[in-house]
Design a protein around this ligand. Structure first.
Ligand code: NAX
Ligand code: K
Length: 233
C-alpha cells in the first residue's frame, strides 16, 4: 500500500514558495532535504513511465537556481539506476550557488558528465545539436523563481527545446509558464509531463495550460503533516 500524503489544494506561486520557507524556518527542515525528495521523486516518476526500449539517453537542462538543483538530484539518481544521463547548466559557473552548487559539486565528484554553457547568446544550431543527441530532455531551467518574461539565452534554450521534437519532463513548472496565470511569459516549455513539487499550482488549471504542462504528477517532498494541513483541500 503506497501511502498518499494529505491532499493539498492548488497553490499560488507565493504560497508554494512560503511552504518551502516555512519548512525550513518553522520546522527546521533543510532545503537540501526537500530538494533531494523533489529530485528523487522526479527520477522515480520518470523511470516508471519512460520508454522501455533500452535505457534512453537523458539530458538535464539546468538553470542557476533550485530548479536546476532539482535537476542535479534527478540526474544523480538516474545515473545510479543505470540510465545514461548528462547535464547542461545554462549559467556562468560562478552564478550556480547554494543548494544548486552543492548538487553541481556532488555530480562533478560522481563523474557524471555536465557542462556549463554560460553564453549570453547561444548559437541555435549548437543548441539543436546538443538536444538532438538526447532521447529525453529534463527541464530544470526555471521553476517558481520565474519573475519576468523569458528573454535572451533562456528564450533561445526554451525555443530550441521545443523545436527539438524530444519528449520533455518539466520539473515543478514548465520553464516560462507563470505558475499563477498558467500563461507563458514570453515563451514556455511544452512538456510531455510535469512533475510538480508538494502541490499543483493555480495556473495548471487555466485553459490552455495543459499544452505546456502535459500530464501532471505531484511529488511529495516530505513536508510535515502539520504544515500540509494548513493547505488541505
Ligand atoms: N526552496 C525549496 O526548499 C525547494 C525548492 N524547490 C525548487 O526550487 C525552485 C525555485 O527555485 P529558485 O527560487 O532558486 O528559482 P528558479 O530555480 O525557479 O529560478 C532561478 C533563477 O532564475 C532567475 N530568473 C527568474 N526569471 C528569469 C527569467 N525570465 N530569465 C532568466 N532568469 C530568470 C531568478 O534569479 C531565479 O532565482 C522551485 O521551482 C523548485 O523546483 C524544490 O527543490 C523543493 C524545495
Ligand atoms: K522547470
Amino acid at each position: 500500500m503506497s501511502p498518499s500524503p494529505i491532499e493539498i489544494r492548488p497553490l499560488s506561486r507565493e504560497e508554494v514558495r512560503s511552504l518551502d520557507a516555512l519548512a525550513a524556518d518553522e520546522f527546521g527542515l533543510s532545503t537540501l532535504v526537500l530538494m533531494e525528495n523533489a529530485g528523487r521523486g522526479a527520477a522515480a516518476y520518470w523511470a516508471e513511465t519512460a520508454g522501455d526500449a533500452g535505457p534512453p539517453k537523458v539530458l538535464v537542462v539546468c538553470g542557476p537556481g533550485n530548479n536546476g538543483g532539482d535537476g542535479g538530484v534527478m540526474a544523480r539518481h538516474l545515473d545510479a539506476w543505470g540510465f545514461p544521463v548528462s547535464l547542461a547548466w545554462f549559467a556562468p559557473p560562478e552564478s550556480i550557488r547554494g543548494d544548486a552548487r552543492v548538487q553541481w559539486e556532488i555530480l562533478d565528484r560522481s563523474g557524471i558528465p555536465q557542462q556549463a554553457r554560460p553564453d549570453a547568446e547561444p548559437d541555435p544550431a549548437a543548441l539543436d545539436a546538443l538536444f538532438a543527441d538526447a532521447d529525453w530532455l529534463v527541464d530544470g531551467l526555471l521553476g517558481t523563481g520565474l519573475a519576468r518574461p523569458v528573454a535572451g539565452a533562456f528564450r533561445a534554450v526554451v525555443e530550441a527545446m521545443n523545436r527539438s521534437g524530444k519528449p520533455i519532463l518539466a520539473l515543478d513548472v514548465p520553464s516560462g509558464l507563470d505558475a499563477d496565470s498558467g500563461e507563458p511569459l514570453g515563451v514556455a516549455v511544452r512538456a510531455r509531463a510535469t512533475v510538480t513539487f508538494a502541490a499543483r499550482k493555480f495556473g495548471f488549471d487555466a485553459p490552455g495550460a495543459s499544452a505546456y504542462t502535459g500530464e501532471i504528477a505531484v511529488v511529495d517532498i516530505g513536508l510535515p503533516g502539520k504544515l500540509l494541513r494548513r493547505f488541505a483541500r
